[in-house]
Structure formats: C-alpha cells, structure tokens
Design a protein around this ligand. Structure first.
Ligand code: MLT
Length: 260
C-alpha cells in the first residue's frame, strides 16, 4: 500500500504520498493543494509526492498567513527537513511558481529539477500592483467570493467545462479572507526573478497554456530561453490553470521531463 500521511504539526498541512524520488507540488492562488489531486495520485505511483496547503489556505487556513513569498518558501524547506529530504523536484503553478523562485533564491541546493507552470519571472507592473490593492480592498469589504468571480475568466479559458468552473469557484470561495489578502500583498511585493533565471542550473521545464492571459505564452517562451537548461511545453486550448484544464497533457509533459 502506498504511504500517505497528513500532518498539521506546527507548520503548514501537507500530504506525503508514494515512494521514490521526491517531488513537491506548489499550488496556485486562490486555491490549495487539492488542485493537485489528480497529479498527486498519478505521480505517487512511482515517486514520493509532497503537496502542501500553503499557510493561510485550505487545511492550513487557521495558521497565521505569512507576509512574503519567502516565508512560504522557508515553510517548504522546513517540510523537506522534517521529512529528511535533502533535494526534491519542485513544480510551482502561478503563485506556486513565484514561491519556487523564492526557493531557488533562498534554498538553491534543495532542488533537483524545476517545473514552472503558468507563472512569471517578472514582478507586478505598477497597474498590476494597483489591481492587487483593489482586490485586497474588495476582499476586506465583501469577502473572497466576489474576488473569485472577478478572477474566474482569467483562471480558466472560455472552453473550460462548467463542472470545472464550478469546482474552481468552490475551491476559491472557501478560502479565508486573511490568507487571500496576505497572499495578494505578498504577490504584489514579490521581487523580479528575471535576473535569477540565468543562474538556475538544474533541468527546468516551463509549461504554459496557449490561452493563459495571466502569464502569457510569450513570457513563458522568454523564461525558457533564459534558463540554461530550460525547455518549454505549450498546452493547446488551455487557460491559466493548465493542470485542471488539460490534465493528460499536463501530466504527460511533467512525466516526460522527469523521466528523461
Ligand atoms: C495564481 O494563479 O496563482 C495567480 O493568478 C497569480 C497572480 O495573481 O499573479
């Protein structure tokens, strides 16, 4: 039987499933580790898969949400310490990718491979920062649900099936305001990771949906080109949350990359 354990210790909740080379899956905003259920099940057939709910989200929503993405990266490093794992492959989708960059910056020796999905190395533009502030004000005033409605057309392509839209709406809508507002501020204040790209020596895969409007394919292409051992997979007919919109293509890209 595959080992699967949940823990709430003092740090974030995480699921630890399977045996073999470790891989960490870092979730997007405003979701939690459950967005990786399908990939966790599939990859844990041959690997050890660790999926945290970042502090402030999902089953870690009772914990004080951190002020910066660096703190989330330190949480991930601590989970690896607790599990006695020296190095792991890391997959970060969108906000998860921003945290993967923070891991590279702060704990570079912990990575064996890097998968950056639907994410950006560039920081927020001045308009982007203003939009974060508006979204923080919206959540403070009206709660998380209206923010999720505002984000949905950007998170999923117009072709996304209604049941997937409903699932993402439900996942986002159950997040707590405190975690959501802290993450918005942390993303707003994240540094530019573009100068970091040329220093990332580990094999790296950039994945992007061809209809991703939050982290557009042109930026993904530029990131892959700037990574010394970078490659790119563009997933057709998918928006921002590529693993949810095109699970087989996403999984195939990850597997091919890991198995090479
Ligand atoms: C995410 O999917 O994590 C967010 O859309 C990232 C962002 O808002 O920059």
């Amino acid at each position: 039987m595959r080992a699967m354990s949940d823990t709430t210790r003092n740090g974030p909740y995480f699921v630890d499933q399977g045996r073999g080379d470790p891989i960490v899956l870092l979730h997007a905003f405003p979701l939690d580790g459950r967005m990786w259920d399908a990939e966790r099940e599939a990859l844990s057939q041959s690997r050890r898969v660790i999926v945290p709910d970042l502090r402030g989200f999902g089953r870690s929503d009772a914990l004080l949400p951190p002020r910066s993405l660096d703190d989330h990266a330190d949480d991930v490093a601590r989970i690896l310490d607790d599990l006695g794992i020296k190095r792991a492959s890391v997959v970060g989708l969108s906000m998860g990718g921003y945290i993967a960059f923070a891991l590279v910056r702060r704990h570079p020796q912990r990575l064996t491979r890097l998968i950056l999905a639907d994410t950006r190395a560039a920081p927020d533009s001045p308009e982007g920062r203003r939009a974060r502030d508006e979204n923080i004000a919206l959540v403070a005033r009206d709660g998380v649900a209206p923010l999720v409605e505002r984000l949905l057309p950007k998170l999923l392509s117009p072709k996304a099936p209604p049941d997937l839209v409903a699932r993402v709406r439900a996942w986002g809508g159950r997040q707590r305001a405190a975690g959501v507002m802290s993450a918005l501020a942390a993303m707003r204040d994240r540094p530019d990771s573009t100068p970091l790209l040329s220093s990332i020596a580990v094999p790296s895969l950039v994945i992007v949906g061809d209809a991703d409007s939050i982290s557009p394919p042109e930026e993904a292409r530029a990131m892959a080109a700037a990574l010394p051992a970078g490659e790119l997979t563009v997933i057709a007919s998918a928006g921002h949350l590529t693993n949810l919109e095109s699970p087989p293509s996403f999984l195939a890209a990850v597997r091919q990359f890991l198995e090479r």
